[in-house]
Design a protein around this ligand. Structure first.
Ligand SMILES: Cc1cc2nc3c(=O)[nH]c(=O)nc-3n(C[C@H](O)[C@H](O)[C@H](O)COP(=O)(O)O)c2cc1C
Length: 213
């Protein structure tokens, strides 16, 4: 299996970094091929703007949606976007690993989606059957996230509510919208305060998940 591992954490000594390394080792053990988009290390630009396009179709007014459609027809994306699209085309599975920020992606990962998951590349624009005809159909995806909060905050009836419901704007409205099959989200709760022992257990739990994919 070819895996694109999209990763967002700034610090190589973080728990998130240990999780990423654990996953990469487990994929190697499985014999899978992995490409990593380490967004902070790449200094990935998360802002969708005019610089995304080599040649604009409409120069009097900037319409990002129409420019993305045009760029997909004319090979008109900036090289950093094209490079990510090539990785997606190569991949059978996309994994997004991130520390949860305000119950969603960190901005750098949201920006990766904004710029790379464009109409005509990832999703079928303006159709009632977008979910059935998503352009990434046939590939799998999974969210892997760490939360500072404990599980009871993110449970049904808890302070924040059920994390899986809250993440539906990503799992359903973003990933499934593009036709991706979405595997259950892997969450590590209380990640800011893990004891050494609990951190080890969590890394092992993640390793087993990757080995079982
Ligand atoms: C800007 C920001 C927003 C955050 N928002 C949340 C949040 O909404 N829910 C939560 O449980 N933790 C939140 N956190 C805590 C991080 O998710 C937590 O520190 C991280 O998952 C721990 O992993 P690490 O040790 O690898 O950094 C936030 C942290 C930051 C910096």
């Amino acid at each position: 299996m070819n895996v694109l591992y999209v990763y967002a954490h700034q610090e190589p000594k973080s728990f998130n970094s240990s999780m990423k390394d654990t996953a990469l080792e487990a994929f190697e053990e499985r014999g899978d091929s992995v490409k990593v988009s380490d967004l902070y290390a790449m200094n990935f630009d998360p802002v969708l703007d005019e610089n995304d396009f080599k040649n604009r179709k409409y120069t009097d007014i900037f319409n990002p949606f129409l420019e993305q459609l045009h760029a997909n027809k004319t090979d008109g994306f900036a090289p950093d976007i094209k490079a990510e699209m090539d990785k997606i085309n190569w991949a059978d599975m996309l994994i997004f690993q991130f520390p949860i920020y305000f119950t969603g992606f960190p901005a750098i990962m949201k920006g990766w989606i904004d710029r790379v998951f464009s109409p005509g590349f990832a999703f079928n624009p303006l159709t009632q059957s977008a979910y059935e005809t998503g352009l990434l159909k046939g590939k799998k995806s999974m969210l892997v996230t760490t939360a500072g909060a404990d599980k009871d905050w993110y449970s049904k009836g808890g302070m924040h509510g059920d994390i899986h419901e809250l993440l539906k704007s990503i799992t359903h409205c973003t990933l499934e919208f593009t036709g991706l099959e979405v595997l259950p989200t892997h969450v590590v709760y209380g990640a800011s305060n893990l004891s050494e022992d609990d951190a080890k257990k969590e890394l092992e739990r993640y390793r087993e998940l990757i080995l079982s994919l």
